[in-house]
Design a protein around this ligand. Structure first.
Ligand SMILES: Cc1cc2nc3c(=O)[nH]c(=O)nc-3n(C[C@H](O)[C@H](O)[C@H](O)COP(=O)(O)OP(=O)(O)OC[C@H]3O[C@@H](n4cnc5c(N)ncnc54)[C@H](O)[C@@H]3O)c2cc1C
Length: 302
């Protein structure tokens, strides 16, 4: 273990062994990572991935943890957080260049200030640019696919990023073809000129709508299930009578049935059991098999 930590430090990363991951997620549950590393540049990232591969330690990138369920057993390898220069946002004309660690709401605000429209929805999605590209995050009738021109991807051993055009990212409803061993270190968005005051008003409306319809006061991961074609997961969960249904410290939100709220002391297992109970009851009562939108971190087997 000491050798791997030394190699990660030599690669230029900030290294924290046995680091709790729950505080890095919006659900606030789950165990520690064997090692948490902070990485602020693409070359360091390439070296960190190579160290993990050479040690045969599994690695995962944690964005803003807003769509992530970490198991109680934690993560038995390297958990990577992008930071430093990878948080940068630069606006030039109609293009926004944002690092993989940039927060989507900050990107939305910077775009509005620059008189660019079409990204107001990002103010309500508490993820990072990297996580949002991988998930093709979206809301209020728009998604990342509408704006992304290209993304920067770093893979193990790379010394620089590969620039991948949007058409090759396979962005689709809450998913993409970004390879499991690729880290999104940045993206270029193309937006349309708009009146800054109008975009700010649009963001205010979106925030107000969220406050009225979603449990923003609680620890959640946003939508737990994707919407099945032509229907809404929240409607199905509510129709199955599951609002408020609880397992331990996890409950289906009384405000929005597609959200699970956790209370302090909740375990990841509570959330997992609740998700399975909801899925089974919705299938039993409606015949619809819901798929999870939340990413459930699973250590590789074997
Ligand atoms: C209150 C609330 C409201 C939400 N509303 C919405 C909504 O309206 N629409 C919506 O789409 N989502 C919504 N979400 C979910 C979430 O914000 C998005 O899915 C977001 O894109 C996740 O980004 P993240 O950085 O938090 O990723 P994480 O949750 O940290 O990770 C999610 C996945 O992306 C991977 N990942 C993270 N960063 C990178 C990277 N740099 N490179 C490669 N892979 C990476 C992780 O390994 C993991 O597989 C909401 C969440 C909350 C808590």
């Amino acid at each position: 273990m000491g050798d791997v930590l030394a190699a990660l430090r030599a690669a230029g990363a900030d290294v924290a062994p046995d680091a709790p991951l729950a505080p890095l997620t919006t659900l606030r549950v789950g165990g520690p990572a064997r090692v948490l590393v902070g990485v602020g540049d693409e070359a360091v990232l390439g070296r960190v991935l190579a160290v993990a591969a050479a040690a045969a330690w599994p690695w995962v990138v944690i964005g803003r943890g807003s769509n992530l369920l970490v198991p109680d057993a934690g993560w038995p390898g390297v958990a990577i957080r992008l930071d430093g220069a990878l948080r940068a946002i630069a606006v030039a004309g109609e293009e926004v260049r944002a690092g993989g660690a940039a927060a989507l709401p900050t990107v939305a605000i910077r775009a509005a200030e620059a008189g660019l429209g079409g990204f107001a929805w990002g103010v309500a999605v508490p993820g990072s640019v990297g996580g949002a590209v991988r998930m093709n995050a979206g809301a209020h009738g728009a998604d990342m696919a509408d704006a992304v021109v290209s993304a920067r991807l770093v893979r193990p051993g790379a010394t620089s990023a590969e620039v991948v055009p949007a058409a090759a990212l396979g962005l689709r409803y809450r998913g993409s073809d970004v390879a499991p061993d690729a880290v999104v270190t940045g993206a270029v968005l193309r937006l349309a000129p708009a009146d800054a005051g109008t975009v700010r008003a649009e963001m205010d409306d979106i925030r107000a709508w969220r406050r009225a319809h979603q449990p923003l006061h609680a620890a959640t991961c946003g939508s737990v299930f994707t919407n099945p074609p032509g229907d809404s997961a929240g409607r199905l969960v509510e129709a199955a009578g599951l609002k408020g249904h609880r397992v331990g410290g996890a409950a289906v939100s009384a405000t929005h049935a597609n959200f699970v709220e956790t209370t302090p002391g909740a375990r990841a297992d509570d959330v997992l059991r609740l998700v399975e109970e909801v899925r089974a009851e919705v299938a039993r009562t409606t015949g619809v098999e819901l798929a999870t939108e939340v990413v459930i971190l699973r250590p590789p087997s074997g």
